[in-house]
Ligand binder design. Structure first.
Ligand code: A2P
Length: 272
């Protein structure tokens, strides 16, 4: 497993298991257990996913030491608006069954995120969390954050896939020392990206699947990837991507799948 160093010096594995829409209970427990058995050391959850308890249970059950797992969770919008950042953080820790998280993110730039950032900065200074960051922040949010706080976000977790590369935010983060994590990296649930023949053709050259080509494309763009799956075979496949490299020509062919259309919500226009 390959790592990236965040701007505060801590290391984050470049592939993490995403568990958005994976129901609390057996499905999440199995997905996390399979991931840990197959070499993943990075799990990305959120309060709003409703599965923190199963993520924590699976880590405990796996036999992998807590300190060897990079665990991320996120502060939900209602808790931002109600100024409950610290309470929400403690509640997440309780559900996860741990006394720290590796990365705590503001999930969306909801009203009041500036105050939430201050509270999270205190959690960071108190060493309750190894790094703090944001999610779904546009360049203007990141600029406002830099203007109001001395604490830099370690990460911006954003939608990115070959269909919606989100390159401007990635370039901005790259020049400001902020690591980028991609959500919906495979084009999301119900999407048609993985059945695009271009990806199958490229994959055939390397003996890899469409999903592995897409994951490799993200890695070669310097992005941390959070593919999700509830199937053991796919979970295994999605981390088996460190033994090949896409040529510049193949990278460009994947770039050309850009449609300019998001799968998910626009961070400048969301209502949840
Ligand atoms: P499933 O959980 O049934 O495996 P994203 O990570 O972009 O949000 O989208 C993940 C979607 O792609 C999920 O619906 C997941 O479904 C599916 N998926 C994940 N890994 C693979 C894979 N290696 N091959 C095909 N589909 C995959």
């Amino acid at each position: 497993m390959d790592f990236i160093k965040l701007n505060n010096g801590i290391e984050i594995p470049r592939i993490g298991l995403g568990v958005f829409q994976t129901p609390n209970g057996t499905q999440t427990e199995n997905a996390v257990l399979w991931a840990l058995e197959n070499g993943y050391r990075h799990i990305d959850t959120a309060m709003i996913y409703g599965n923190e308890a199963s993520v924590g249970a699976a880590i405990a059950k796996s036999g992998v030491k807590r300190r060897d797992v990079f665990l991320t969770t996120k502060l939900w919008n209602d808790d931002i608006r109600r100024h409950r950042a610290k309470e929400a953080f403690e509640e997440s820790l309780d559900r996860l069954g741990t006394d720290y998280v590796d990365l705590y993110l503001i999930h969306w730039p909801a009203d009041g995120w500036q105050e939430a950032w201050e509270a999270m900065s205190e959690l960071y200074e108190d060493r309750r969390v190894r790094a703090i960051g944001v999610s779904n922040f546009q360049i203007h949010h990141l600029e406002e954050l830099a203007a109001i706080s001395d604490v830099r976000p370690a990460v911006d977790q954003i939608e990115s896939s070959p269909q919606f590369g989100n390159d401007e935010v990635i370039d901005y983060c790259g020049s400001h020392g902020i690591a980028v994590e991609a959500w919906s990296p495979l084009g999301g649930t119900g999407g048609s990206l993985l059945s695009d023949p271009v990806l199958a053709e490229i994959g055939a050259k390397y003996g890899k699947s469409a999903a592995q080509v897409v994951i490799r494309w993200h890695l070669q763009r310097g992005v941390i990837v959070l593919p999700k799956s509830t199937h053991e075979q796919r979970i295994r496949e999605n981390i088996d991507v460190f033994d090949f490299e896409l040529s510049a020509e193949d990278m460009a062919a994947v770039d050309a799948l850009e449609t300019g259309r998001r799968n998910g919500s626009d961070p400048d226009d969301f209502a949840f």
